[in-house]
Design a protein around this ligand. Structure first.
Ligand SMILES: O=C(O)c1cc(C(=O)O)c2c(n1)C(=O)C(=O)c1cc(C(=O)O)[nH]c1-2
Length: 266
């Protein structure tokens, strides 16, 4: 078994760490550099997922683990709002919760995610119970919720900025998965289609907020660190999936295995 198989020489840019305050545009460029070098679109698990190289069981493992992330987002956003004294900011942030939990006629993103897991033939109660999720998934997701609860409001807002890079990966996922898997259809990718409209609005607002409010070197370094932390939350989940379900293929005790909790695809 090869433990360190680097396709390219390891040339990794250091994190931007300004020593003088950056202009708002300079800060945006530094944040975009974090995304360009560390976002989880670069992870080998995503490359396999989008290019049709995974089996149906490996896609099931991804979807049921990723449910943990989806379902934690409203708790994360409620944690952010609970510490926010600014009524305008709360008004702006509120829809992030209903986007996922649903409101009036809209069933919400979590339900749309469950349409995906239904389509993959996974039992809903089992998915919702999170019983079969990998330990690292649970730890990473909870670390995100705790980060937002414990750090400054500015860092909490900045940690959502991975969403700047999400539309690219969602578009790649929709076309890649529809083209490459016979068990993926329009109905089950509805979640990602909806996020194509939702994520850019959220990301633009958060980016403006951070550019306006992170003015000192300390604040700017803190928001760059917050975004980096978030890329690690996302990366850690894919490392765990790769180890458990691709190579060497060792799911943790109690984690989902092929054959568990399967029903007729809905
Ligand atoms: O599929 C993805 O790669 C991806 C990434 C991210 C992200 O970058 O955090 C989010 C989502 N999807 C997503 O669907 C979503 O609702 C979402 C909310 C947030 C957030 O931090 O508030 N990130 C993301």
């Amino acid at each position: 078994m090869t433990f360190l198989a680097l396709a390219e020489p390891l040339v990794f840019p250091p994190l931007p760490a300004p020593s003088e305050p950056l202009s708002p545009e300079g800060l945006e460029a530094a944040l975009r550099e974090v995304g360009a070098t560390r976002y989880h679109n670069l992870h080998p698990f995503h490359k396999l997922l989008h290019s049709g190289k995974l089996s149906r069981d490996q896609v099931r493992a991804w979807a049921l683990n990723r449910y943990c992330y989806q379902s934690a987002i409203p708790r994360k956003d409620a944690a952010l709002m609970s510490r926010c004294d600014d009524r305008e900011l709360r008004r702006e942030w509120l829809h992030r919760i209903t986007d996922h939990d649903g409101f009036e006629g809209d069933t919400g993103g979590i339900e749309r995610w469950l349409v995906l897991t239904d389509g993959l033939g996974l039992d809903r109660d089992y998915v919702v119970s999170k019983e079969g999720a990998l330990p690292a998934t649970k730890f990473a997701v909870e670390a995100y919720v705790r980060f937002v609860a414990d750090h400054s409001l500015l860092e909490a807002v900045a940690s959502s900025l991975t969403e700047l890079f999400a539309p690219g990966i969602h578009a790649e996922r929709i076309s890649g998965m529809l083209a490459n898997y016979d068990f993926i259809n329009e109905r089950v990718v509805t979640y990602f289609r909806r996020r194509l409209d939702q994520a850019p609005k959220d990301a633009d607002f958060a980016l403006d907020y951070v550019k306006k409010n992170a003015r000192t070197v300390a604040e700017q370094r803190a928001v760059i660190r917050a975004l980096t932390f978030k890329t690690e939350v996302l990366w850690a989940q894919l490392d765990a999936l790769y180890f458990a379900y691709v190579e060497p293929g060792w799911p943790a005790p109690g984690a989902w295995r092929p054959g568990i909790a399967l029903v007729e695809a809905g």
